[in-house]
Design a protein around this ligand. Sequence first.
Ligand SMILES: Cc1cc2nc3c(=O)[nH]c(=O)nc-3n(C[C@H](O)[C@H](O)[C@H](O)COP(=O)(O)O)c2cc1C
Length: 183
Amino acid sequence: MKIGVLVGSLREGSLNKKLAKAVMKRLPEDFTAEIVDISKLPFYNEDFDTEGNLPEEVRAFRETVKGYDAILLVTPEYNRSTTPVLKNAMDTGSRPFGKSVWNGKPVAVLSASPGAIGGFGANHHLRQSISFLDMPIMQQPEVYFGGAHEKLDDNGEPVDADTESFIQLIADSYAAHVKKNLA
Ligand SMILES: Cc1cc2nc3c(=O)[nH]c(=O)nc-3n(C[C@H](O)[C@H](O)[C@H](O)COP(=O)(O)O)c2cc1C
């Protein structure tokens, strides 16, 4: 099972990247997961999909995503929504119309924030787009990873047993969701 992980933060010390890696590490052995670099994608422009105008980064990104069995999205919350870089990646993969690379791929949406509500707003804005993109979404557990700055140490390891078992639950539930909903 090959999983593409998209993280909506480009910063070095990203809490969302830490959470993504912690989940990736705990997936079953028959899963391989990698973080997809979305930092070089240009802002999507419909002119890209007219004859001869497709930037190489966009072509390569779409090809890469097509190769995954499933997707894991991990988003910070920027002003109660997902981040532009992640929305841009989702939009880029969704076009040209009728040729979306997301179609049918199982997905889970996780959000992490130092704040108490764990990026709930970002998580649900992103879910709205994902529903339209016809991706089966993991419903439980919901992952609004609040207080994230206190839950993962400098090495990205959970600081206590409750956090460890929650992250393992995320990984196990995601793996089961992917297997059940494979296109
Ligand atoms: C432009 C901007 C808007 C933000 N808005 C929110 C917000 O609405 N809710 C929230 O919980 N945190 C908000 N934050 C704080 C982020 O949750 C925090 O910076 C977090 O660490 C970003 O995720 P990362 O660590 O993966 O980069 C915002 C940060 C930025 C830069």
